[in-house]
Design a protein around this ligand. Structure first.
Ligand code: DON
Length: 588
């Protein structure tokens, strides 16, 4: 049985009365605003607001903002900036991301697209023939950063803090430093070979030639100063100003360490590309699953459409278990590959229609389909069940656990689900000299080609297709759940699997996050964690699935609105070192 929130009378009063509350301008957040004793734990229950991120310091920053009267958007932006300090290999001001936001006052879901863009000089063949790994560590893969414009737009539209105020806790965090944990150490060590090839990166992240040891304090005074100046001067400093000029210079002539033999391709970004950048508000995707409204991110992300299509497929099946979850995901990925990208005319409505879902669902039988399966035809005319046809295999880029996701909710019941990324762990590996932050390599999310007709080939100003899937679920118009994860295209399956675990397999939200994962993305084999193989491997193999080990999939964060105004913030108990859930108050 699923344990859906029942709208108890008291909860209704609370939600209703929150509409009458005016959200005041928050006091300017101070550093260390949270009890120093607050510990890293994966589940927290309470009232008045909640946060879940992968990192205790970032969660504390968000909580501090909430406690000082800020709203969920203020706290989310402040936490994102903090993650730029403590999780610099996943997030940062030179990256991008997607926000899905529930505005409690207007009872409306909004999204903000802060995805990086290709420079004007980039065309469909710009990445052709370049080895993927070579593109990763290059100026060429650096997209025009979106995060700062996204923060400014998010705060202007939905926040109460200025950018300067929202950055303040992170300035303190970067100056004071944070304790190096095993995850930070491991990520630095895994990147050491390329970090040493850039003078600026080696200086910052390999002090004395090696990763900072676990337990040491890592300070980034240059980033503190960058945030301070950004707060003072605003986004214009990056989007056409002096900081932008430094980014462009770094992209065009990466600071390669003398003697390095790495082939570092220069980028095509110009100051005009930065000037032209805009974060965009877009309508969310929406599907209704078992009576609940699931909102996600529309193109250029494939997150909302692919999670949504898979849910629609599952909804028409007589029962939902692991086999069905994998099959629905397989089919949705076939459609994602063919139809979704940052292009006009993505058939979003049809991809998310019940008719299309039925047509796709009738391909699912007792035995696993053989991937790659061909995409369907979301043309509005849905006929009798046709046998599944196969498609040509397309190579898929390797997926890592990079990127990050956070959720925040406040006392007014505003909710933010926010995916932030610089793409690979460590982005393109290049720190802007003297500025304390890494550049992204987001343009490696484009299809390199040649791939005629592919919706995700590079083009001037185009945003690479993303898989990020920040998701908010409303039940009866009220927030019920918000969630998301890192992990490249496994983001989609992680979000889907958590929803299936929660709603179809009867797990609590903490159980749904902790449960072993598998990911089927229209590839011949299904990747799965060892515990998933141990538990379901024999039965699924019997049904024609081929499981291969992926040691760790995703690093989700989530929040659920329980009964009577109680919040349950949830992070990973163990994956990627475990995350940090906090609530404003444990008591009502
Ligand atoms: O936008 C995306 O889908 C990816 N650039 C996110 C990066 C990520 O999760 C790590 N993956 N490889």
């Amino acid at each position: 049985m699923i344990n859906r929130r029942i709208a108890a009378p008291l909860a209704g009063v609370l939600v209703g009365s929150s509409l009458l509350l005016v959200q005041p301008a928050a006091a300017s957040p101070q550093a260390s605003p949270v009890r120093p004793g607050a510990e890293k734990k994966p589940v927290a229950e309470g009232y008045g607001g909640a946060v879940s991120t992968v990192d205790l310091d970032a969660s504390k920053v968000a909580l501090g903002v909430l406690r000082q009267g800020g709203n969920a958007m203020d706290a989310a932006v402040a936490a994102a900036a903090a993650l730029g300090v403590t999780e610099p290999y996943s997030a940062g001001l030179a990256g991008g991301g997607f926000i899905v936001y529930y505005d409690a006052r207007r009872k409306k879901v909004h999204t903000i697209d802060g995805r990086e863009t290709a420079p004007k000089a980039m065309g469909p063949t710009s990445l052709e023939g370049i080895p993927f790994e070579e593109a990763v560590t290059s100026g060429l893969s650096a997209g025009v950063p979106g995060s700062v414009a996204q923060w400014e737009l998010a705060l202007r539209k939905f926040g109460t803090l200025s950018l300067k105020q929202a950055l303040r806790p992170s300035i303190e965090l970067a100056s004071r430093g944070f304790k190096v944990d095993q995850t930070f150490y491991d990520q630095t060590a895994a990147n050491a070979a390329r970090f040493k090839d850039f003078t600026s990166t080696a200086k910052l992240y390999l002090p004395g030639g090696a990763p900072p040891p676990v337990g040491s304090t890592f300070r980034n005074p240059e980033l503190a100063e960058t945030y301070r100046k950004l707060g003072k001067q605003g986004g214009g400093w990056l989007y056409g100003g002096a900081l932008g000029a430094e980014v462009v210079a770094t992209v065009k002539k990466p600071p390669v360490t003398p003697g390095s033999t790495r082939n570092v391709r220069p980028g095509l970004m110009e100051l005009a590309d930065l000037k032209a950048y805009r974060a965009l508000e877009r309508p969310p995707t929406k599907v209704t699953y078992k009576g609940m409204d699931v909102y996600g991110m529309a193109p250029p992300s494939s997150g909302g459409s692919t999670v949504g299509e898979a849910l629609n497929i599952l909804q028409v099946l007589p029962k939902v278990g692991e086999h069905e979850y994998l099959e629905a995901s397989r089919l949705s990925f076939a459609d994602r590959g063919k139809y979704v990208g940052d292009i006009p005319g993505v058939p979003l409505e049809e991809l998310l229609s019940d008719g299309f879902a039925k047509e796709r669902a009738c391909l699912i039988g007792e035995r696993a389909l053989t991937s790659p399966v061909a995409p369907g035809n979301p043309d509005g005319t849905y006929g009798p069940c046709a046998p599944a046809s196969s498609a040509e295999a397309t190579p898929s880029a390797p997926e890592g656990p990079e990127t990050t996701h956070l959720v925040v909710t406040d006392r007014w019941n505003n909710v933010v689900a926010y995916n932030i990324t610089i793409e690979s762990t460590g982005g393109n590996g290049i720190v802007v000299p003297g500025r304390g932050f890494l550049l992204n390599n987001e343009l490696t999310d484009f299809t390199f080609g040649p791939a005629p007709g592919d919706p995700n080939l590079p083009a001037p100003g185009k945003r690479p297709r993303s898989s990020m899937a920040p998701t908010i679920v409303l039940d009866d118009g009220r927030p019920l759940l918000a969630l998301g994860s890192p992990g490249g295209s496994t983001i989609i399956t992680t979000v889907l699997q958590i929803l299936v675990n929660r709603w179809d397999l009867g797990m609590s939200l903490p159980e749904a996050l902790a449960a072993p994962r598998a990911t089927q993305r229209n590839t011949p084999q299904t990747q799965a964690e060892q515990a998933f193989i141990d538990r379901y491997g024999a039965e699924l193999t019997e049904r024609g699935h081929s499981l291969v080990l992926n040691p760790e999939i995703g690093a989700a964060t989530a929040v659920e609105f329980l009964r009577n105004g109680k919040l349950q913030a949830v992070a990973e108990p163990t994956r990627r070192g475990g995350g940090s859930a906090l609530v404003v108050s444990e008591r009502r």
